[in-house]
Write a protein that binds this ligand. Structure first.
Ligand SMILES: Cc1cc2nc3c(=O)[nH]c(=O)nc-3n(C[C@H](O)[C@H](O)[C@H](O)COP(=O)(O)OP(=O)(O)OC[C@H]3O[C@@H](n4cnc5c(N)ncnc54)[C@H](O)[C@@H]3O)c2cc1C
Length: 397
């Protein structure tokens, strides 16, 4: 997939559709975070996707010319003129059509009318970790008892929707007199973005961060930090009212498991999403260590310099206060996965067990959430699926 700015190497690809470039916004608050992390004893890592993941640094971004490069930009738009591709927008898929044990198409709601789209070979569901299980369950593929209780005739009994995972995110936010992204939206910065593809409006917000082992005996980091030069709170939905910086830690390998279930047989109804964050003693202990790690870094001289006052911080660093704070302030990092996992729901070629002609290709197939951001790994899954569907590789290779 990758088109890494430094070219091909043992750790990176070049020439792929997905550009990976250094960020073009460099807020001084992130420099201060990196300095503070070093004062706390953490090494600098120039490439988290290189030989070592541990350490702090700037994140590389899937950007082109200072703008996010999504899968629509990298893959879909270049292919959109192909005669064998039709893209229907504003259309909601409502279920998979089954003929016995074979998927033969999908039912969609198009401008208020129900329509059937038939396939010649197979159906590939890529509705994400919340909606792929919803669609399977609406089609009678799921936990049989639960489907029957809703009046859906169970066709294949599989633990669809179970095993929901995510990266829980715990942050502290300090007010600052240093200019944050709050005031980035100026006509000069807009000009810089449009004319030169640089400046603060190219910021990915989580400009810097790092990977950490918060206890001994781990074979990989258990915590990742995102350092944000802005008042980011309430999952990014809270109003930003002042200059501030946010240092947030995620649990990279949570052991809590949630579940996606149907609340209604109406496809237009949202599924019920229960994450069960911090439901294991292990996750609660990691959350406490993660917050302590963040407090240690924001307490170092390089960041103390930038702290005007507290905006969102725990009252003390006692275990009880940190856990209560974690329970109250935990946010999602928007990395849901694993609800149609390889193993219980799909096989190693992403085919749904017990149904011919039906694959799931999205973050829901990850057996466990990856130890890092989920976008590129999901693209990797899709690239692999494309090869499997075309028969150019087999899952055993
Ligand atoms: C706010 C936010 C910020 C994020 N930031 C990052 C980041 O910085 N880095 C990173 O690595 N990851 C990030 N992620 C996570 C990343 O976007 C996801 O892991 C990734 O997009 C998952 O891909 P997917 O194909 O599984 O699902 P999605 O990308 O969610 O794709 C599912 C698609 O299916 C469509 N769909 C769903 N149901 C139906 C239906 N019934 N009919 C028709 N269409 C349907 C949806 O509209 C959607 O377009 C972020 C996510 C969010 C929400």
């Amino acid at each position: 997939s990758e088109d890494h700015h430094a070219g091909a190497s043992e750790w990176h690809g070049a020439g792929g559709p997905l550009p990976v470039n250094p960020g073009r916004s460099r807020n001084p608050l992130i420099d201060a975070f990196l300095a503070a992390a070093q004062q706390a004893g953490h090494p600098v890592n120039p490439d988290f996707n290189g030989p070592e993941q541990d350490g702090v640094g700037y994140y590389e971004l899937t950007q082109r010319g200072g703008l996010r490069c999504s899968t629509a930009d990298a893959y879909l738009r270049p292919a959109v003129e192909r005669p064998n591709l039709s893209v229907l927008t504003g259309v909601q898929c409502t279920r998979v059509l089954l003929d016995g044990e074979r998927a033969v198409g999908v039912e969609v709601d198009r401008d208020g009318a129900t329509q059937e789209l038939r396939c010649e070979r197979e159906v590939v569901l890529s509705a994400g970790a919340y909606n792929s299980p919803q669609l399977l369950m609406l089609s009678g593929i799921g936990v049989a008892d639960e489907l029957a209780a809703l009046g859906i005739t169970p066709k294949v009994n599989l633990p669809v929707g179970e095993n929901l995972q995510d990266h829980p995110h715990l942050a502290v936010v300090h007010l600052t007199d240093t200019e944050s992204l709050l005031t980035a939206e100026t006509s000069e910065n807009l000009r810089l973005l449009e004319a030169e593809g640089r400046g603060p409006l190219t910021s990915n917000v989580g400009e810097g961060g790092g990977f950490f082992r918060t206890t001994g005996g781990l074979d990989a980091p258990d915590v990742q930090i995102h350092a944000v030069p802005a008042m980011f709170h309430q999952e990014g939905l809270g109003a930003a009212t002042d200059h501030a910086f946010h240092i947030g830690a995620v649990l990279l390998a949570p052991t809590s498991r949630g579940k996606v279930t149907l609340r209604s047989t109406l496809p237009s109804a949202k599924p019920r999403i229960l994450h069960n964050y911090l439901s294991t003693a292990e996750d609660r202990a990691t959350a406490i260590r993660a917050l302590r790690l963040v407090l240690d870094i924001v307490g170092q001289p390089a960041l103390r310099l930038h702290r005007r006052s507290d905006f969102l911080t725990p009252p003390s660093d006692s275990d009880a206060d940190l856990l209560a704070y974690a329970r109250r302030e935990l946010q999602t990092l928007y990395h849901p996965t694993s609800t149609c996992a390889i193993g219980p729901v799909v096989d190693h070629e992403l085919r749904v067990h017990g149904v011919a002609g039906l694959r799931v290709v999205d973050a829901s197939v990850m057996p466990t959430v990856v130890r890092g951001n989920t976008n590129a790994p999901t693209i990797m899954i899709a690239e692999r699926a494309a090869d499997l569907i075309r028969g150019t590789v087999s899952a055993d290779v």
